[in-house]
Design a protein around this ligand. Sequence first.
Ligand code: KG4
Ligand code: ZN
Length: 345
Amino acid sequence: MWTLGIESSCDETAAAVVDEQLKVHSNVVFSQIARHQAYGGVVPEIASRCHVEVIGEVLRRALAEAGISAGDVGQVAVTRGPGLASSLLVGVQAAKAFALQRACPLLPVNHLVGHVYALFLDRSEAEALRFPLLILLVSGGHTLLLEMEEDRSLHRLGTTLDDAAGEALDKGANRMGLGYPGGPEIEKVARENHAEPIRLTGAQHLKRTHRTGALDPALCFSFSGLKTALLCALRDHPEWMEPERFPALCSGYQDDVFSGLLGPVERALRKKPYRGFACVGGVARNARLRVLLSDLSQRHKVHLALANPAYCTDNAAMIAGAAAAGAADAVGSPLEMDIVPNLKI
Ligand code: KG4
Ligand code: ZN
């Protein structure tokens, strides 16, 4: 059975076709980056208008590239949240119209669960995931430490108490005069660095007094102190913005963000004998982070699974994959479905 996936939670308009073995047959992503760049971040009004403009064509291309017609689609999966309300609405309306017209089931998918299912796409048996699986989810808006059991149930172990890692990269890049999105821009400059990286601060350790609810503070993240450290550094050392020092600054800042990610991961790996460790989300595209994760998993003798870079940043294949794998239930009637902009895992 073919699953058509639709994703429009932020600034990517995407549609994809996936089969029941979670093999991806098409993965069309229209990135709106060029339309938001002048503003240094996503402008919700522009994003939703752009989704409306391109979603029809994105859907047509996804079907054409998979070599199927609308009548072949067995079910439609769509992101219901979390995300920008006005952007989510566009994908959900398109999915409802498709499901109603074709009389096929409509499955609402949690975008964060979708990021996790990026791991399952196009995966061969030889590289099967191992459970219990520790998962680091690092996107623009979320930084989560999750655990997945053999039965695919997901539990939240840790979260960020302030900024997400991707947000720290995006805001840091903005302060350093780089474009949006900041993660890939910082990575590009950091790659040119041959000097000692300029480190601003080590990983931040959260105290028991921080409000983490039922979550263990040792498994939670914080990046706002690092952001302040960058602001102070730029004020006190304007020379670090000079061309000969700038790559070392970007490289150091990127490593500071990554060590803020790796601390809680390492503590979780010490706490329980995980058989697998995985990383998903937009930041997981970063080549330097992928090397650090590989070193860490070798040190802890745990099997590492990284999502294919094409499925790390927002896409609809991961949304279709989550539905095809049974991680979402069909709604009774497509007309009943609504968006949930602050949906959690
Ligand atoms: O998962 P994603 O596409 O969207 C959200 O759900 O938020 O993640 C976007 C985030 C942005 O913060 C972006 O700067 C970051 O992923 N990102 C990267 C790279 N590519 C995207 N960060 C570091 N290195 C990259 N190559
Ligand atoms: Zn995302």
